[in-house]
Design a protein around this ligand. Sequence first.
Ligand code: BT5
Length: 328
Amino acid sequence: MSRRSQVLRALIGAEGAAVCGEDLAAELGVTRVAVSKHMATLRELGYVIEATPHTGYHLVSSPELLLPDAVEALVRDPLWVRFEGGPSTVSTNDDAKRLARSGAPEGTVLVAGAQTGGRGRLGREWVSPSGGAYLSIILRPNMSPAQSSALPLVVALGVARGLESLGCHTLLKWPNDIWLGAGPGSTDALGKLSGVLLEMQSEIDRVEWIVAGIGVNVSFATGRTPGAAYVDDQVPGCAPAAVAAAVLDGIAECFGQFVSDGFGTLAEEYVSRSMLEGREVTVRELDGTVRASGRVQGVDADGRLLLDGGSGMLAVSTGDVTLRDAGA
Ligand code: BT5
């Protein structure tokens, strides 16, 4: 972790109380002048930090935008080793793919406070105004492309766990959507809270890298996107950096479980959080043609959606799902 992130972590950890500059310098093994330079840089990044003689530094407020330092200061899981990004970019997935091609390690994280060309699947738009959390991660699992087929579900489950840890009620919509749920145990979906986009480079039997992009709607202060739900709807005032850190820790947990034990145990949790389980659905190809219809009966070990179509069980590996009795 960079010294600046360590300084920021100390300020955030103090929860508004004063942090003594001299103690912090001793703890980090740097001079007091170095600490005061880090404070100055943090102020330039938009952190409001008050310095009181004999008491120390107080963090008064953090910038609204998602910045890599803030995420690094909040994230806990050691999987995440490198943090990059800035206030705005075209697409964090494009930035992460560039870094992956140039050899960036597993656990690299790209964040942005806004995107001008955020993408969903098949080049669909992901609306990305400031106030949201947009991040992409680089994973390099030692497996074949076939073994990694459930990874979009693993990442979506990790995002759901992270958002739940902040107090949001989440529901999963196969394969890669996270919706805001009305409350504990309810399958009433209030809107799409987050989406996941995976892109991969591989040889026939080995994944080289996977970039997973995650967009989360956090604040609706700049306006609401039709059909979207926001963290703010249930947990007002969450900073995008806190959302990104929670999501990263949730993903790291699920990814670790997936790499060591496969999708088996995660599949059960995925199904228990699914807003589609037991419902009548239609699955369309990404170009709109109907691929299958039936009642959802869970997912299999490869992450495929299982449908009881009346004349037997179907396993569907890609597509868009609509509920036949609702608009979701
Ligand atoms: C997704 O695609 O849901 C994947 C979204 C991934 C976005 C992240 S942000 C960081 C990284 N960088 C990128 O460029 N992308 C990733 P899909 O399942 O195809 O859903 C796209 C559909 O969701 C659109 O066609 C809209 O209907 C809807 N949509 C677009 N923006 C939305 C938003 N902000 N909130 C809710 N729904 C949205």
